[in-house]
Design a protein around this ligand. Structure first.
Ligand code: ADP
Length: 508
């Protein structure tokens, strides 16, 4: 923006005079506008503002006094400083007439350049400072109305806020509350004119503590979470509100202001409390169940051992007197005891998954597989099975014996549920999935009907009789409990008569 340059109007019917005046004024920081008559001068004043007018008195047609009278009569030019330029009428009568017409000064001819410039400079300075003042006024007026508007916007924002909001000054006066606060508590603004009234009614036994807390917040630089408080409503209900309190600019009288905002978390809190309670209940009953299973399976083995031992004693004592049927009965009884022992052992294993005495570590799966194939060695040889691991397996972060048991159960099933006449072909692969490793153990066995894909992971769930395939129905339940203990999952995809693919994920 180019700096503002004020204008000066010079009026004279003689062009030579105008030129002479213009020359004198040329060095000044002003634009000189010339008018050759009173009419021309008035027309110029309609178009623009002048810092001052140098007006010749003796002009044909409209003389200087008449021009001055016109200018004084118009609101726009009423305060325009008029300097009469005169030689011939310099007597008291004319001078009075000049002042009466609104002159502020006289300049006598012949004109002294210095005096003319000094006088004009006074009016230029006056004009410039008045203009600056007006600009300043306009600016502060604009700021004031902007302030009023933004205050109005804030009022609306607070009143219409969809959450409880309260604004209060440091002397305790409540300045604004949101409609939502009134609706939720049943307290209208006139009922809570002060912070003390609000706190006493809403916070009951914690009122004193809340008052001290709020008072300590004047001076905080930004809004901060205050925490959950119970708020009593007018009709005796208790709500839970999560408060945030922050500073606002002070009032014009200097009082500091705080704005409190709350989220009604009554329902969330109720749900959370209920959830926490049921999680605790669940954890407790889970722990009890695990302890029960552990103790029960442990203690059950002892009488079982006695049964087996006395069966053998009985067999030995009766010796030759035992007929074939008697021998068969004893065999059945011993068989039952052996099976029960296996069941108990599997149950014991199931109850032990995830116990604290089995810490996780970085595991090399080659070692795990070596242990598994060693255990299953005889079965692998007998069935002519081939176990292929096409890519090196990644490391996992788990407990060694649990992961060994996991692979062992899945591989033992792949060997056990083989198709007659088709030696087991088992492939183990893996790929990363999120922070986990996803493993796949694929076999070419009898397969599983789709409707049992979920059921087989339940405890004691079997799809075959003991005569068809031996087992307790706990193996996959142990696998599921193991992977879930590590945050993973296990599932199966299979086609009957073709084979199965068991997938599971473990933390990498
Ligand atoms: P178990 O083998 O002792 O019966 P599991 O819990 O290991 O118990 O398996 C549950 C059932 O899932 C098995 O009885 C069997 O019917 C089915 N199953 C498991 N693995 C396979 C597999 N690789 N191929 C076909 N069926 C399987």
């Amino acid at each position: 923006m180019s700096p503002f340059r004020p204008s000066i109007l010079i009026v004279d019917d003689l062009p030579a005079n105008l030129v002479a005046l213009e020359k004198v004024l040329a060095p000044m920081a002003a634009t000189v506008v010339k008018a050759h008559s009173g009419n021309e001068a008035l027309a110029a004043c309609i178009d623009q503002d002048f810092a001052a007018v140098l007006l010749d008195i003796d002009m044909p047609g409209m003389d200087g006094y008449e021009v001055a009278a016109f200018l004084r009569g118009e609101a726009r030019t009423a305060r325009l400083p008029i300097l009469f330029v005169t030689a011939s009428y310099r007597d008291e009568a004319h001078e009075l007439q000049g002042y009466g017409a609104g002159a502020v000064d006289y300049i006598e001819k012949p004109i002294s350049d210095f005096i003319l410039r000094s006088k004009v400079q006074v009016f230029l300075d006056l004009y410039n400072s008045r203009r600056r003042l007006e600009e300043e006024l306009a600016r502060s007026e604009a700021m004031r109305s902007e302030l009023i508007e933004s205050e109005e916007r804030l009022r609306h924002a607070v009143i219409d806020a969809p959450i409880p909001v309260l604004m209060h000054a440091e002397d305790g006066e409540i300045l604004l509350i949101s409609r939502r606060l009134s609706e939720a508590t049943g307290l209208a603004a006139p009922e809570i004119p002060t912070l003390a009234a609000w706190v006493d009614r809403a916070f009951g036994p914690r009122a004193a503590e809340v008052r001290t807390r709020v008072a300590s917040l004047f001076g905080i630089p930004a809004a901060q979470p205050i925490g959950e408080y119970e708020v009593r409503t007018g009709d005796g209900r208790v709500l839970t509100w999560d408060f945030h309190i922050g500073p606002l600019p002070p009032l014009p009288d200097g009082r500091r202001v705080l704005i409190s905002m709350a989220l009604d978390v009554t329902e969330t809190r109720r749900a959370r409390d209920a959830l926490e309670r049921s999680v605790l209940d669940l954890a407790r009953s889970n722990a009890e169940l695990e302890t029960f299973a552990y103790v029960a399976s442990h203690d059950l083995r002892e009488p079982l051992r006695m049964v087996t031992m006395y069966l053998s004693l009985l067999e030995r004592r009766l010796g030759e007197t035992l007929d074939d049927e008697g021998r068969e009965f004893i065999d059945f009884a011993r068989d039952g005891a052996v099976r029960m022992d296996r069941l108990i052992l599997d149950l014991l294993e199931y109850s032990r998954v995830g116990r604290v005495d089995r810490p996780a570590q970085d595991l090399d799966l080659d070692e795990v597989l070596a242990a598994v194939t060693h255990t299953l060695g005889t079965l692998i040889d007998e069935t002519g099975a081939e176990i292929t691991v096409p890519q090196p397996l990644p490391k996992v972060h788990c407990n060694f014996s649990e992961v060994t048991r996991l692979f062992q159960n899945v591989l033992a099933n792949a060997l056990k549920y083989r198709r007659p006449g088709a030696p087991p072909r088992i492939t183990i692969t893996s790929e990363p999935e999120g922070g986990f490793q996803r493993f796949c153990v694929a076999d070419n066995g009898i397969g599983i009907d789709r409707q049992y894909f979920q059921r087989i992971f339940g405890i004691f769930q079997r799809l075959h009789t003991r005569e068809q395939y031996d087992g307790t129905g706990i193996g996959l339940a142990v696998c599921k409990k193991t992977v879930e203990h590590y945050g993973g999952r296990i599932w199966v995809d299979s086609e009957e008569g073709v084979g199965s693919r068991f997938f599971f994920t473990l933390p990498g």
